[in-house]
Design a protein around this ligand. Structure first.
Ligand code: ADP
Length: 549
């Protein structure tokens, strides 16, 4: 028997209409580096999204399913694109501006993007690629930046503001199928070519509702969220959509992502929330230690994308800023788990929960699978690969313009779950602790060593700014850990002292023999430790390695 309920499709245009009317006064504030930031209300953004959709359809000929790419910082124009493109039935394709040129070229060609919206400040990046992007017919430029890089290129160039001028703000958003493609994002391709995840209107809608639940970010229109996580990194973790549902104000850093301007933004604009990967918070910590700033407005920070070192959480606790750990992937939209401890606990009792990756929200199911394919119990000790399923979890990758979706066996189980490649345990009360990525685990003499555990323990040393641990080949044990460390200025600790310090928290047989000091840990395009690069540097003899007896 079918229900008697209305079947109203879950569309991004509905989120837009809601945000621009019910929360019309909420604001997107974009940092400009000038005395005053730029401010635009949700009502204005909605009107401009309507104008943009008219321009894309009437002037540029964008039709349903056409891919429209953005190569932009976090700013209000990017939010306009976020709503206009999917709402008109086209597909928003956010491009990661930190990817190497050949990967960007691969991604744009694979998606067959017809239009690229670009910030003027990023033209030096885009222009040299354009001759290799045959599907791109139009480039739309917004904001400051020298346009001359585009001179002589075989593409039609438009000014964003001129395109919008004089057009109607009312667009008759089509009633689409909620399962239709709304946006796409490629994984950063740590192994092989990048793979495209295509989000539906339905998945974005449901994910946004989850982001807004109290057990997730739980913000309201009294809040301002500093969205440091780039809009090209899994839709800025769903924040632009979630904010239009509940009226949360957004503070957008544009290209000012360095610790000093971020600290200034927080002091001046007083956001109550922020979202970013751990390396950003490490950088900010060093900045405010050197140049104290008032961070007291921040109630909660969502931290994820890589394991958050407990020492970082402690350091921010001392500043009165609570970091809340979250886990997710491009394939999971990204919200997969979030670490809110159960209620009624003291600060001390909460701690073991806070340093886990957290619990699955109602829309996400998780299971651990052992090496033999058996599903493991949630007993806090059985370690296996995490698999997840749910309404905002990918079931396949984009197969290209004429290809079928692809489901590689190492990423999707035969019964439809996503294999995350992350290894961990789940406690009886449902808290997930990840010990490593499967490919980063150190397999030493038949035993597994968690690289993350060693890193976290090392980063708790007061003189260590950053530490990354990778597996390196070893004649006797197969693999052993190599510890690379970034020491703080003026540090006096030597490797033996660091090893001694580690011995306080990990088993003796796990202690690294090989040590190297580096000026900075190499980072991926989204600011995570790039262990692939460290392994390569070691293999090529580029690191100055000391071996302790
Ligand atoms: P990439 O795979 O290129 O890094 P993603 O952003 O999709 O791109 O990364 C997802 C991965 O990041 C996860 O599979 C996991 O390994 C890691 N990750 C994300 N959040 C956390 C977290 N809180 N703790 C540990 N690892 C995390």
């Amino acid at each position: 028997m079918l229900s008697t309920m209305q079947d109203v499709p879950l569309l991004i245009s509905r989120i837009l209409r809601h945000g621009m009317t019910i929360h019309g006064k909420s604001q997107v504030t974009t940092w400009t580096g000038e005395a005053e930031p730029h401010r635009r209300s949700f009502a204005e953004i909605g009107a401009r999204a309507g104008r943009l959709a008219h321009a894309l359809r009437d002037e540029l000929g964008v039709r349903q399913d056409d891919r429209v790419a953005t190569l932009m910082w976090n700013n209000s124009e990017h939010v306009e694109a976020y709503f206009a493109i999917p709402s008109m039935g086209a597909v928003l394709h956010t491009l990661n501006l930190r990817l190497p040129a050949e990967q960007l070229v691969f991604i744009v060609n694979h998606a067959a993007d017809r239009v690229v919206l670009v910030n003027g400040t990023l033209l030096p990046l885009l222009a040299p690629l354009l001759p290799h992007l045959p599907t791109v017919e139009h480039v739309v430029v917004s904001g400051i930046g020298d346009r001359s890089a585009l001179d002589g290129l075989d593409v039609s160039v438009h000014e964003y503001e001129e395109l919008l001028e004089g057009r109607s703000a009312d667009y008759d958003w089509p009633e689409l199928d909620e399962r239709q493609a709304a946006a796409m994002c490629y994984t950063s391709g740590t192994t092989g070519d990048p793979k495209g995840v295509v989000y539906s209107h339905r998945s974005v809608y449901l994910h946004s509702m989850q982001v807004n639940m109290t057990e997730s970010m739980g913000l309201t229109d009294k809040d301002t969220s500093l969205v440091v996580v780039p809009q090209f990194h899994v839709n800025a973790w769903g924040l632009p959509h979630a904010t239009f549902m509940t009226g949360i104000n957004m503070l957008m850093p544009d290209r000012f992502l360095q610790p000093a301007p971020l600290a200034e933004m927080i002091e001046r604009e007083r956001p109550t929330h922020a979202a970013a990967v751990p390396t950003i918070w490490q950088g900010l910590l060093a900045e405010v230690a050197a140049n104290p700033r008032d961070l007291s407005s921040m109630r909660q920070v969502t931290i994820g994308g890589a394991a958050c070192p407990p020492s970082l959480m402690e350091a921010y606790d001392k500043l009165g800023v609570r970091l809340c750990h979250a886990w997710g992937m491009t394939e999971t939209s990204p919200l997969g788990t979030m670490a809110h401890p159960p209620s009624g606990l003291s600060a001390e009792e909460e701690w073991p929960y806070r340093i886990t990756q957290g619990r699955f929200p109602a829309g996400v199911e998780g299971r651990l699978v052992g090496p033999g394919g058996d599903v493991l119990p949630w007993d806090g000790t059985s370690a296996g690969e995490l698999e997840v399923r749910g309404s905002w979890i990918a079931g396949a990758y984009y197969g290209g313009v004429s290809g079928e979706p692809i489901r590689p066996e190492d990423k999707f189980s035969s019964d439809g779950w996503l294999k995350t490649g992350d290894v961990g345990v789940i406690s009886p009360d449902g808290f997930l602790t990840l010990t490593d990525r499967a490919k980063d685990v150190i397999k030493s003499g038949g035993e597994w060593i968690s690289s993350v555990e060693l890193e976290n323990a090392l980063m708790a040393h007061p003189e260590v700014a950053e530490a990354a641990v990778v597996a390196v080949p070893d004649d006797k044990w197969g693999e052993r850990p190599l510890a690379t460390v970034v020491l703080k200025e003026g540090a006096t600790a030597d490797y033996a002292a660091l090893r001694e310090f580690l011995a306080g928290s990990v088993a003796k047989w796990q202690l690294p023999e090989r040590w190297a000091s580096v000026p900075a840990v190499p980072k991926t395009s989204v600011g995570k430790f790039d262990k692939k690069v460290i392994r390569r540097q070691y293999a090529d003899g580029e690191l100055d390695v000391t071996t302790l007896g």
